[in-house]
Write a protein that binds this ligand. Structure first.
Ligand SMILES: NC(=O)c1ccc[n+]([C@@H]2O[C@H](COP(=O)([O-])OP(=O)(O)OC[C@H]3O[C@@H](n4cnc5c(N)ncnc54)[C@H](O)[C@@H]3O)[C@@H](O)[C@H]2O)c1
Length: 306
C-alpha cells in the first residue's frame, strides 16, 4: 500500500506521522514544492520509527511526481492555511491553482489512485479536483466532516463531563464556519440522546463552539490546526487501505442524493477499498434540510468563483 501526501507542511506531516504510527502502509511519499523540505520532514519522521515501532517507509521529494507513481491513495494538503480572522473561502485564489495542478500531476503518475482533498476551501477544492481530473466520483473524497465530527465529540464530552469514547455525533454540510451542521438531534452518550443530559441552551452552545472549532484554534495558534486534521485524514486513508467499511461524513460529488446535483458537500459515506463504497442518505428534519440547502448555496457561491 503506497500513499502519497502532497504538502509536507503542518497537516501533511501530521497526516504522514499518524499513517506511519498506525503501521498499515508499506510506503508514504511526502512531496513539497519547497526545496529539501519534504526530504527533511521524512528523515525526521523516519528517525521516530524505532521509537514509535513502525515499519512504514517514509520518503520525501521536492516536486518530483515520478516518485509518487502507482500510489494507491494520494492526499492533497498543499496550499496556504488561514491566518486569524480569515475564512477558509478567502484562500481560494491561491489554493485553486495549486490543487488543480497538483491533482493533475498526481493522476498522470497514479491513474488508479483514490484522491483525498484537504486544502481549503475544501468542498470547492474537491469539486475542482473532480472537474480537473475526471476521476469517477467514488475516487475523490474531501476531508472535513471527519475533523468537524471529532471536534463536535470533543465539545460534547466537555459539556457532558464524560470521556469522549462515551460520545457519538456527526457533522454534515459544508466545511465552513457557517455551513457545517452538527447533528445535535442524533448525538448520543452510549445510545442515549445527549439532550437527556443537558439543556437545549447548552447543546446550542456545543453546536456553535463546534462550528467555530477551526477559527478558535487559528486564533490561538496563529495558523490553522494540524494534529486533529492529520489524524482525521489518516483515519480516512486507513479506512480505504484496510477496506474497513467505516462510516465518515466526507465531501463527495452528489448526483441526486439529498436532492442535490453537481456539488461536493459533506454527507455520510461508507469508505472501503474502492473509496466511497456508498453514500448514506439519512432522514433529515425540515429544519436540517433547510440548513443543508443554505450550506449548499454557500458552497455553490464559492464554486462560482472558480
Ligand atoms: N479540510 C480540513 O479539514 C483542513 C484542516 C486543516 C487545514 N486544512 C488546509 O490544508 C492546507 C494545508 O495547511 P497546513 O497548515 O499544512 O499549511 P502549511 O503552510 O503548513 O503547509 C502547506 C505546504 O504546501 C506546500 N505547497 C504549496 N504549494 C505547493 C505545490 N504546488 N506543490 C506541493 N506543495 C506545495 C508548502 O510548501 C507547504 O509546505 C491549507 O489549505 C489549510 O487550510 C484543511
Amino acid at each position: 500500500m503506497k500513499v502519497t501526501v502532497v504538502g509536507a507542511g503542518a497537516v501533511g506531516a501530521s497526516c504522514a506521522e499518524y499513517i506511519a504510527i498506525k503501521d498499515f502502509a508499506s510506503e508514504v511519499v511526502l512531496l513539497d514544492i519547497k526545496e529539501g523540505f519534504a526530504e527533511g520532514k521524512a528523515m525526521d519522521l523516519m528517525q521516530t520509527a524505532s521509537l514509535n515501532g513502525f515499519d512504514t517507509k517514509i520518503t520525501g521529494v521536492t516536486n518530483d511526481y515520478s516518485k509518487t507513481a502507482n500510489s494507491d491513495i494520494c492526499v492533497i494538503t498543499s496550499g496556504i492555511p488561514r491566518k486569524p480572522g480569515m475564512t477558509r473561502e478567502e484562500l481560494i485564489g491561491i489554493n485553486a491553482g495549486i490543487v488543480k495542478s497538483v491533482s493533475s500531476s498526481l493522476i498522470a503518475h497514479s491513474p488508479n489512485t483514490i484522491l483525498i482533498v484537504v486544502s481549503n476551501p475544501m468542498d470547492t477544492m474537491t469539486y475542482l479536483a473532480h472537474k480537473a481530473t475526471g476521476l469517477p466520483k467514488h475516487r475523490i473524497i474531501g476531508m472535513g466532516g471527519a475533523l468537524d465530527s471529532a471536534r463536535f465529540k470533543y465539545r460534547l464530552g466537555e459539556a457532558l463531563n464524560a470521556p469522549i469514547s462515551d460520545v457519538d455525533g456527526m457533522v454534515i454540510g459544508g466545511h465552513s464556519d457557517t455551513g457545517m451542521i452538527p447533528l445535535t438531534r442524533l448525538a448520543t452518550r452510549n445510545s442515549v440522546p445527549v439532550s437527556k443530559f443537558m439543556s437545549s441552551e447548552r447543546l446550542e452552545q456545543v453546536k456553535e463552539d463546534t462550528k467555530v472549532g477551526g477559527a478558535t484554534l487559528t486564533k490561538l495558534l496563529g495558523t490553522s490546526a494540524w494534529y486533529a486534521p492529520g489524524a482525521a485524514v489518516s483515519g480516512l486513508v486507513q479506512a480505504i487501505a484496510c477496506d474497513q467499511n467505516k462510516m465518515y461524513p466526507c465531501s463527495v460529488f452528489l448526483e441526486g442524493e439529498y436532492g442535490m446535483n453537481d456539488i461536493c458537500i459533506g454527507v455520510p459515506v461508507i469508505l472501503g477499498r474502492n473509496g466511497i463504497e456508498r453514500i448514506v442518505e439519512i432522514e433529515l428534519t425540515d429544519a436540517e434540510k433547510t440548513n443543508m440547502q443554505e450550506s449548499a448555496d454557500a458552497v455553490r457561491k464559492v464554486n462560482d468563483l472558480l
